[in-house]
Design a protein. Structure first.
Length: 425
């Protein structure tokens, strides 16, 4: 079995377990500066025992181990090391020539332009780009959403499109690793959203791309409109096709009320979009003909107030929400972190129950398998670990059958009685 704990000896010692047997393997102290400037960053990833915090302008990395300090000793301090890497946003440059744009991307140290596969330092964009609105790098793909404001004179020449004050562009680039210090850029796709048939729906709500979320071979674009409107749109990086546009109206006019969008992959349901709004979980799937639709709606337990929700997908095909919520018991306000199993629609356990409220900037993030859980609050980082069990082929088949057929249909099929019997494992 592949080593999911990245060579860390202490983590290897943990027996195969499940979400009910999460163990703390490390605790670190972090400085106030690291906490506020790095661990509250919107983009935190974990790879090879390294936590990578990426801000708009800089990247900071932290090495960690799985050795839990002795309780008689103070917590270890988490040490960072600076890199010469600059953020993707600072590495992208536009040069406008006539009515097109030359896009260039600098290397990690921002010293020279990276080359495209044709040997050029520039990619020609067939419209004027003013700024990068959203950018996301995942695996070997770089997705860029640009925006351009059209002045009054240019709008008059747009033949009936005078109401469109903004041009939104989309560019996808593949970054190929040639050698230790050599990379090549390959243009995968570019378009202008304004020219696509679904754009009029986005225009009517004055929508903009709020976030980009990668998932294996697809990219989710979350469009946010004024007040209550969200639009979801996926892009298939293999077929180079967009899905249909799915509009989701929020259940409350309060734009500050809790709302969250996650994107993950399950071997059972394939690509799954999780949209959480005011205690309701919407599971959104995509059909074979690229049509987005609401597959299921689930009501979360009635905790008093949701503060945040974090989503992970582990090797056991479980989609788990880590729910950070306030509770009120006997007049006292507390804080919990609960584990909620989306596909089974139930709370697995209460992981933490804090009598004192979390700092509002607390953070939870995961490694790629969802089996290392990092919780940052106040001046402390806790690392929790478990190993998700890999389902047997029989159990996987049972889940597939139960998803497709009702109990009445299964009864009429007259299957052998032991086929759907679930063993305790």
């Amino acid at each position: 079995m592949m080593d999911y704990f990245l060579g860390n000896e202490e983590m290897k010692k943990i027996n195969e377990s499940n979400l009910d047997e999460i163990k703390c393997v490390a605790q670190y102290e972090i400085t106030k500066e690291d906490y506020y400037f790095n661990f509250t960053s919107p983009d935190i990833t974990v790879e090879n025992n390294t936590i990578v915090c990426q801000d708009v302008d800089s990247i900071t990395k932290y090495l960690y181990s799985g050795t839990l300090p002795s309780q008689s000793m103070p917590n270890e301090s988490l040490q960072s090391y600076k890199t010469d890497e600059t953020s993707w946003k600072t590495r992208i440059h536009f040069d406008v020539v006539h009515k097109c744009t030359l896009l260039s991307i600098r290397d990690k140290s921002n010293n020279k332009n990276m080359l495209f596969d044709n040997g050029m330092e520039f990619l020609r964009i067939n419209h004027v780009c003013d700024e990068v609105k959203e950018i996301k790098f995942y695996d070997k793909y770089l997705a860029i959403v640009t925006s351009t404001f059209i002045d009054a004179r240019d709008r008059r020449s747009m033949k009936g499109k005078a109401e469109e004050c903004w041009i939104h562009g989309f560019i996808l680039i593949n970054i190929i690793h040639k050698s230790n210090n050599e990379y090549r850029l390959v243009e995968v796709f570019q378009t202008i959203f304004n020219d696509l048939p679904f754009y009029h729906a986005l225009l009517s709500t004055n929508s903009f791309v709020e976030s980009l979320i990668f998932n294996s071979s697809k990219l989710l674009l979350v469009w946010k409109g004024y007040l209550r409107t969200f639009h979801l749109l996926t892009f298939n990086m293999k077929t180079l096709q967009f899905s249909s546009l799915l509009a989701l109206n929020r259940s409350t006019y309060n734009i500050k009320a809790f709302c969250k969008v996650c994107y993950c992959y399950s071997n059972l349901l394939q690509d799954v979009i999780i949209f959480i709004d005011k205690g309701i979980v919407y599971i959104v799937k995509e059909s074979m003909d690229n049509h987005l639709y609401i597959y299921k709606k689930i009501s979360l337990p009635e905790w008093n107030m949701l503060e945040n929700i974090f989503c992970c997908h582990n090797r056991n095909n479980e989609i788990i929400l880590f729910i950070d919520a306030f509770t009120i018991e006997l007049g006292e306000v507390g804080k919990i972190v609960a584990l909620y199993d989306v596909l089974n629609g139930k709370t697995r356990q209460i992981l933490f129950n804090y009598p004192d409220p979390f700092d509002p900037n607390s953070k939870i993030f995961f490694n790629r398998t969802g089996e290392e859980i990092f919780i940052v609050y106040k001046n402390q980082l806790d690392i929790y670990v478990y190993k998700s069990k890999v389902r047997t082929l029989k159990r996987t088949c049972q889940i597939l059958v139960l998803e497709q057929y009702s109990s009445e249909q299964l009864s009429r099929m007259n299957l052998p009685k032991n086929i759907l019997k679930i063993e305790n494992n």
